[in-house]
Design a protein around this ligand. Structure first.
Ligand SMILES: Nc1ncc2cc(-c3cccc4ccccc34)c(N3CC[C@@H](N)C3)nc2n1
Length: 447
C-alpha cells in the first residue's frame, strides 16, 4: 500500500481524494496554485507545495512542477483527480518514468480511449453496440458524402480528438454536409491540433447513460451499474441520478455485463466509465472516460462502495477482492452540481463566501471544499459543491433533495441552487421523463 500520495488537483475532488487517503492511513501531499493557498484540502493535507501562479497552465497543468513536488516530498504515487492531467497519456507515462505510480489506467488505454475513433473500433471488436456511421476517420468530403448516403441523414460529424461535445456538427441533409464537414475539421484542428473527424447517425432524442467500471491488473472487471446524466446544458451536467428511471433490470444487467466484459477483454485497469446514448430501448456506445468522474458519488451512495479507495487499491496491484455477484444496489441517489454561477444567465460568480450552512441528516452528503469566509477564485471551473442525496425510493430521494436544497445556505455569491429547485419541481423530471435536450428546452434555449 502507498505511504504517501500526491493529489494533483484542487477543489472538492482534491478533498474527496484526501478523505479516502486519510481513511486508508495514507499520507497526503496537496499541491496548489498561489490562488488556492487557503483551500481546505491544503489545510487538511499532511504536506503542501505551491506549484505555481493562479493560471492552470502554470500550476495544475505544470507537469515538471508536479513531478518535482512529488520528488521533494517523497510521494509514492500521484492521483490526477478529474480534468487537468487526468486523461493526459504523456503525464501518465512521465509519472511512471519518474518512479511514481500513476493512480489510473495505463497510458496506452488513456490514448486508445482519448481517440474516439480507436475507442469505437476497440469496443466494436468486443461486440459492444455503437452508433452506426463511418468505420473510421473520414478524410475527404467525397468520403463524407458517401457515408452520408449510406448512413442516412441526419448525421453528426465528430472530432476524433474531441469528446464532451467539443467539435460536433450536425448535417440534416446533403446540402448541409459540405459546410458542416469543413467547419468540424477546422474547429478540430484549432481546438485539438488534430482535424481527423468521423461520422455517426444523429440520434434525436437519446438519454445519456454511463456505466461505472473498475478493473484490476489481474484481468478482473466489475460494473457498478449506471448513471443517467441526461439533464445537462451545453454539455455541462447539471443533475445526475442512479439508477436511471429509464432502465429496467434486464437492460441494466445487459449493458452493465457487456461493458464489464469489454473492459476485461482489453485488460482495463482502474476506474473507467463507458458512455452510451439510449434511445428506443437500444444502447449505443459513444465514448469511454479513463478517469474518476464528478458524479461517481451517486454510484457510491447506491452501492456503499468507496470508489476512490478501490481506485487506489487496484493501483497498488491488489486484486479486486470481490466479484460482480457481491455488488448490490440499494435505493436511489441524485446529485445536484452546485456552481458559483447565476442560476439563469450562468455568468460566473466568484467571490467571498459570506454565510455557509450545509444540509445534513440521513441520506445527505455534501462534497464541497467551501467554508464561511472562503474566497472562490475566478481562475477555475465554477463547481463549488455536489449535493448528493440517497433514499430507499426515487420519491423519498426527491423529497429529501427538495428539503436539502432549501436548507443549503451559500451566502455572498450566486449559485445554481435555485435552478436545481426549479428542475426537480418539474412534472417531467418527477416522472423521470426527460432526454438530453429537455433542460435546454425548459430554459428556452431550444425549440
Ligand atoms: N450519434 C450521436 N447522436 C446524438 C448525439 C448527441 C450528443 C449530445 C449532444 C448534446 C448533449 C449531450 C449530452 C449528453 C450526451 C450526449 C449529448 C452526443 N455527444 C455529446 C458529447 C459527447 N458525449 C457525445 N453524441 C451524439 N452522437
Amino acid at each position: 500500500m502507498f505511504e504517501k500520495v500526491l493529489i494533483a488537483n484542487r477543489g472538492e475532488i482534491a478533498l474527496r481524494i484526501h478523505r479516502a487517503c486519510r481513511e486508508m492511513g495514507i499520507q497526503t501531499v496537496a499541491v496548489h496554485s498561489t490562488a488556492d493557498a487557503d483551500a481546505m484540502h491544503v489545510r487538511l493535507a499532511d504536506e503542501s507545495v505551491c506549484i505555481g501562479p493562479a493560471s492552470a497552465r502554470e500550476s495544475y497543468l505544470n507537469i515538471p512542477a508536479i513531478l518535482s513536488a512529488a520528488s521533494i516530498t517523497g510521494a509514492d504515487a500521484i492521483h490526477p483527480g478529474i480534468g487537468f492531467l487526468s486523461e493526459n497519456a504523456q503525464f501518465a507515462e512521465m509519472v511512471e518514468e519518474h518512479g511514481f505510480t500513476f493512480i489510473g489506467p495505463t497510458a496506452e488505454h488513456i490514448r486508445i480511449m482519448g481517440d474516439k475513433v480507436t475507442a469505437k473500433k476497440t469496443v466494436m471488436e468486443q461486440g459492444l453496440p455503437v452508433v452506426p456511421g463511418s468505420d473510421g476517420p473520414v478524410p475527404t468530403l467525397e468520403e463524407a458524402e458517401k457515408i452520408g448516403r449510406e448512413t442516412g441523414y441526419p448525421i453528426l460529424i465528430k472530432a476524433a480528438a474531441g469528446g464532451g461535445g467539443k467539435g460536433m456538427k450536425v448535417a440534416r441533409n446533403p446540402d448541409q454536409l459540405k459546410e458542416a464537414y469543413q467547419l468540424a475539421r477546422g474547429e478540430a484542428r484549432a481546438a485539438f491540433g488534430n482535424d481527423e473527424v468521423y461520422i455517426e447517425k444523429y440520434l434525436g432524442k437519446p438519454r445519456h447513460i454511463e456505466i461505472q467500471l473498475l478493473g484490476d491488473e489481474h484481468g478482473n472487471c466489475v460494473h457498478f451499474g449506471e448513471r443517467d446524466c441526461s439533464v445537462q446544458r451545453r454539455h455541462q451536467k447539471v443533475i445526475e441520478e442512479a439508477p436511471s428511471p429509464a432502465l429496467n433490470a434486464e437492460q441494466r444487467a445487459f449493458i452493465g455485463d457487456l461493458a464489464a466484459r469489454t473492459a476485461a477483454a482489453i485488460g482495463y485497469r482502474g476506474v473507467g466509465t463507458m458512455e452510451f446514448l439510449f434511445e428506443d430501448g437500444q444502447f449505443y456506445f459513444i465514448e469511454m472516460n479513463t478517469r474518476l468522474q464528478v458524479e461517481h458519488t451517486i454510484t457510491e451512495m447506491i452501492t456503499g462502495i468507496d470508489l476512490v479507495r478501490e481506485q487506489i487499491r487496484v493501483a497498488t496491484g491488489a486484486p479486486l477482492g470481490y466479484g460482480q455477484a457481491d455488488i448490490r444496489f440499494q435505493g436511489h441517489s441524485i446529485e445536484c452540481r452546485v456552481n458559483a454561477e447565476h442560476p439563469e444567465t450562468f455568468i460566473p460568480s466568484p467571490g467571498k463566501i459570506d454565510g455557509y450552512h450545509a444540509p445534513g441528516g440521513l441520506g445527505v452528503r455534501v462534497d464541497s471544499a467551501l467554508y464561511d469566509g472562503y474566497r472562490i477564485p475566478p481562475h477555475y471551473d465554477s463547481l463549488i459543491a455536489k449535493l448528493v442525496v440517497h433514499g430507499t425510493t426515487r420519491n423519498e430521494c426527491l423529497m429529501r433533495l427538495r428539503r436539502t436544497i432549501e436548507e443549503y445556505v451559500i451566502g455572498g455569491v450566486d449559485t445554481t441552487l435555485p435552478l436545481h429547485q426549479r428542475i426537480i419541481a418539474q412534472q417531467a423530471f418527477i416522472d423521470g421523463n426527460y432526454d438530453i435536450h429537455w433542460l435546454e428546452q425548459l430554459m428556452g434555449m431550444k425549440k
